[in-house]
Design a binder for this molecule. Structure first.
Ligand code: PNW
Length: 463
């Protein structure tokens, strides 16, 4: 049943997007190609052979988009910078027209009283770095990334006070270097741990750069965003409780433990062994404590059970890949409703995950930097009544509010997404937006959820 849920004053209400998913303008104004531009050309990788060449054409329609955000009353907007738009080959000469694009967008957001939250890396690596360096497998990437980050702090940091280094290193490592279903399309049971390691180092190097050269004057905050589902023990047994805990450690602990505790989880070290690299003492010094806030993207929940010798096949939505290493079997409850992504809607999983993070990482300030759902939206007489999505958001916000009543420090919430966009390997077939985008005309139509969310923001919560 609907319960009211008010949020504290100053709570951050935003929506989120990412560069490759919305911008288009794939070669406009001197932009270089990214690994997603290349990956999309491989037959069979993306649904209906779609790509981000045009996407939502936000590169040309951003003024209209900022107006729509203003109508919603957003207090914040999270978006990412396209690294190859700023540095066409990943390093070296700056592409001034790329800087100008983001600079104008930032100014328009501030003018609309919307706080920009910038993600420096949301998966669109400059293709040149993949070809020259083998991308995230190369230890040199940490300083190359920090050099790129420094350009962004230098150009935008006078106006931008919220920075996210890397979006979802788990997805980059697992889906990009393990399952091969996201760019760069590598398939391996060892490379995910190597790529993950370099992503953590890159994050820490960029944060070190910000803290040393910018933070004391620009006075912003910087952190990393990780994604994690909740894992509920299938049976109330010691073995399944341990399996669920282990699954969370392999999912979120992999990236959050180094940042908050200075080391990978023991459960990973003992199972992955030498395939999991080590940090040097100096690296631990800069990695530990390298996030000013806990960025969390959360979408769904699965049951976890001890696999024993009955390990199921690994699959992305089954065992999150590399199930051999975790020795966990995942499954769904027949009662759970599914979104178009086949992700189960389980609001209490969100509350439990927030409480798990609060306890494990010593009560960090948490920003939910993504939460949302894909549904089969239709436009009728010019309107899109996405009641399922409104229901989803209402229940998840209630669950978050309940965690906050238990003193979990959630400070902000970003709905994924501001508008329908290029949903990676699913192409344009999955709609997550609060605005409907007609991909033939590129017209945006506010869905019921956009109006509902505007109301939530105006009341600072659910009535
Ligand atoms: C996140 N998984 O991606 C991303 O940050 C967004 O770019 C994306 O559009 C959104 O969630 C919805 O998918 C994920 O397989 C992609 O577990 C895949 C997974 C998780 C997150």
């Amino acid at each position: 049943m609907a319960r009211s849920a008010l949020f504290p004053p100053g709570f951050v209400w935003g929506t989120a997007t990412s560069s490759y998913q919305i911008e288009g303008g794939h070669d406009a104004g001197g932009k270089g190609p990214s690994i997603w531009d290349a990956f999309c050309t491989i037959p069979g990788k993306v649904n209906e052979h779609a790509d981000g060449t045009i996407a939502c054409d936000h590169f040309h329609r951003w003024r209209e988009d900022v107006d729509l955000m203003k109508k919603m009353g957003l207090t914040a907007y999270r978006f990412s910078l396209s690294w190859p738009r700023i540095l066409p080959t990943g390093y070296g000469k700056i592409n001034r027209s790329g800087i100008q694009f983001y600079s104008d967008l930032i100014d328009a957001l501030l003018e609309a009283e919307i706080d920009p939250w910038i993600t420096l890396y949301h998966w669109d690596l400059p293709l040149a770095l993949q070809l020259e360096k083998d991308g995230w497998l190369n230890p040199d990437m940490a300083s190359i990334f920090a050099d790129y980050a420094e350009i962004c702090f230098e150009e935008f940091g006078n106006r931008v006070k919220n920075w996210i280094t890397i979006n979802e290193p788990w997805v980059v490592a697992m889906l990009g270097y393990g399952q091969g279903i996201f760019a760069p399309g590598r398939i391996s049971n060892a490379e995910p741990y190597l790529a993950g390691h370099q992503l953590i180092r890159a994050h820490a190097f960029a944060v070190e750069r910000y803290r040393k050269k910018f933070q004391y004057v620009q006075k912003g905050r910087i952190g990393i965003t990780n994604n994690c589902d909740w894992r509920e023990p299938l049976n109330d047994t010691a073995a399944d409780r341990a399996a669920a805990q282990r699954a969370l450690e392999f999912f979120l602990g992999w990236f959050a433990d180094p940042v908050y505790k200075g080391a990978y989880p023991d459960s990973m070290r003992s199972r992955v062994g030498e395939r999991l690299p080590y940090f040097s003492d100096h690296e631990i010094d800069i990695i530990k404590g390298s996030s000013d806030f806990f960025g969390l993207n959360h979408y769904t929940t699965m049951y976890a059970a001890e696999a024993g010798n009955k390990l199921q096949d690994s699959s992305v939505y089954g065992n999150g890949g590399l199930s051999e290493d975790q020795e966990v079997n995942l499954s769904l409850d027949k009662e759970w409703k599914l979104t178009e992504m086949k992700w189960a809607i389980v609001p209490c999983g969100c509350k439990k995950l927030l409480e798990w993070i609060d306890a494990r990482y010593d009560h960090p300030e948490i920003f939910i930097t993504e939460n949302g759902a894909a549904f089969d939206d239709k436009v009728l007489d010019g309107h899109c009544h996405d009641d399922d999505r409104v229901d989803f958001y209402e229940k998840y916000l209630q669950a978050i509010n309940a965690a906050m009543e238990n003193r979990v420090k959630v400070k902000g919430y970003f709905a994924w997404s501001f508008m329908d966009n290029f949903e990676w390997a699913s192409g344009y077939s999955k709609r997550f937006g609060m605005h409907y985008v007609d991909f033939n005309t590129l017209k945006r139509i506010p869905k019921s959820s956009a109006k509902w969310y505007a109301d939530v923001i105006a009341h600072n919560g659910l009535k």
